[in-house]
Design a protein around this ligand. Sequence first.
Ligand SMILES: [Zn+2]
Length: 415
Amino acid sequence: MNTLALAIVVALVADFLLQSTADYLNVRHSRLPVPRVLEGLYDTSTRDKAVQHLAASTNVSLMERAVLLIALLAFWFLGGFDYMDVVVRGYLPETVTRGLVYVGLLALGYGMLGIPFDAYRTFVVEQRFGLNRTTFRTFVSDRLKGVVVAAAIGTPLLAALLLLFTHMPDIAWLLCWVVVVLFSIGVQFVAPAIILPWFNRFEPMQDGGLRDAILDYARGVGFALEKVFVMDGSKRSTKGNAFFTGFGKHRRIALYDTLVESHPADEIVAVLAHEVGHYRRRHLLKGLALGAVHNGVLLFLLSLLLDQPALYESFLISTPSVYAGLLCFSVLLSPLEVAISLALNAVTRHHEFEADAFAVDTAPDRLSLSNALRRLSVGHLANPNPHPVFVAVNYSHPPLAQRLEAIEARAAAQP
Ligand SMILES: [Zn+2]
């Protein structure tokens, strides 16, 4: 094993230990008394359910993480990366096609390892706690559609990467960066029109008090909104949610049917106000810009590493190639990405506070959002007491108690 290989293994194991420690601390922390702002939110039996639900889903994640790490190390040190390369070389002499097949097969294999854990999570854990609505048929069709979408997006992107790094290695990272940025903007347009309707049904909301309240609010804050859709979230889960899709004139709000059914109109308007807050504070654009910087740095690092023989030696690959280099790079990167996600999660948590503040300032009733979040969290069996380390590593949203404190303080400060 060369030094680079040893360093990567140490980083992968360190990543595993960090995440598992965060899991352990989080489960232990969930049993402590709840923060003051959440007192009375859960009755004793719901509280017990939330704690047990967390323990059960954490166990599945731990098992999954362990199995994926062991599978990766075994494949690697039994020479799997080189063996696969030799096999595809026998069939496909052309390097880009070979690269697509090589990366595609490995990604598919790795993805399939996660399916039993997904199934267990859905049909055993979520089912036991009454949160699951996914049928076996939906589960299978979701996985198949997921593969099709990943292939449709991944194939042209990977082909461009392989072509550019093969034929223009000096400036490939820069050209690839342009391609990736354009692509990620393009997906924002394609997703609401083509991808999302493939997974869920979107129906225009029927005329009535709720629709009027939503449109009144949008008009009041000068937010052009033409389309309000109800999405059949109940196809998979009892959990409620809402989101915006599309840009400019084509933007539309989608409310989960589970949200519409279980919340009063003022709370739904407050949830909408939170989403409008994301728009007004330009969080989507900021997210795209951050993603662009992130991808640029990764592509530059990739260009530095691709012609290093040590990279291929450490993965026991006998014939260097762009596609094998790309794959090795992605393995090397995974522990590094954990460090990056710490920063990105901190940014999105900050955005959530900003969107909450916008909702408090503009919704007809300044405490509606707080009520909506309370109701949502009980419905989701959310952990009332997550551990700060777990929050730093995994939470894209601030913990409920922190959000409620911020919302209630802001509401109280208003005249
Ligand atoms: Zn949000």
